[in-house]
Design a protein around this ligand. Sequence first.
Ligand code: B12
Length: 211
Amino acid sequence: MAESQELAQALGELDEERVDAIVADLIASSPSPESVKEAVAACQEGMAIVGKRYEDGEYFIAELMVAGDLLSDAMGTLLPSGNGGGAAAGTMVVGTVKGDVHDIGKGIFTALARAAGYDVIDLGVDQPPEAFVAAVKESHPDVVGLSGLLTLALASMKETVDALAAAGVRDDVKVIIGGNAVTDLACNEIGADGYATSAPNGVSVCQAWRS
Ligand code: B12
């Protein structure tokens, strides 16, 4: 879709006016869930452009922050903030692990999981293992979602899963890890039950656990 390419490009160029206009036009057209998904994917593509420019030394931290705000605003408009209604799919505790403050992807996963009927408790960013253990003991979720974009987040994810085991609650939950740095290998080493590098895939993995 031409609009998707334009949206990705506008985000990559940090063109706030164009991003806002494209998103507003889409929302005004009462889009299908598929079109919204396409727009979300376009935003992710736009962030990849930003990441590339950062790596190439063309953008700096300030540009990353602008891009983060732009994306958060676009996601806030595109994605439903409330529970999707219908039968409760289960409860989930999600958070970005210790040492990592990236939260845009976690926000998208949270929004999509809520839209799929999950009651999601979002712990926020830079959360130590104890915070996840406490939340599991308090809320008895079906799923724990660990988010992290930094390579060092993988070590924090492992610490978190180990802490759940030490607290005797590991087997009460399914653990899914998500973010750019996660892989099949990392998933095994961390001892998670599943992983996803995109929010829609993550929701599908969790849904498959229910059946
Ligand atoms: C925006 C951004 C920032 C913003 C974050 C703003 C915010 N509120 O999140 C700011 C400026 C704060 C930032 C800071 C830093 N950043 Co930064 N950042 C980025 C950037 C450009 C985009 C990240 C993003 O939001 N992507 C868009 C979202 C939608 O994608 P996503 O996060 O991958 O999420 C999707 C999936 O992964 C998945 N998902 C995510 N979480 C979860 C959870 C679950 C459970 C599931 C199932 C799925 C899932 O679903 C999402 C949607 O599909 C990336 C580059 C890139 N191309 O990714 C660098 C990047 C991640 N940052 C990087 C770095 C190095 C840093 C800093 C260390 C920079 C510095 N020198 O200070 C700090 C780290 C601070 C810290 N302690 O965390 C590196 C990481 C390198 C590495 N491998 O470790 C990257 C890759 C840039 C680079 N190429 O060097 N950053």
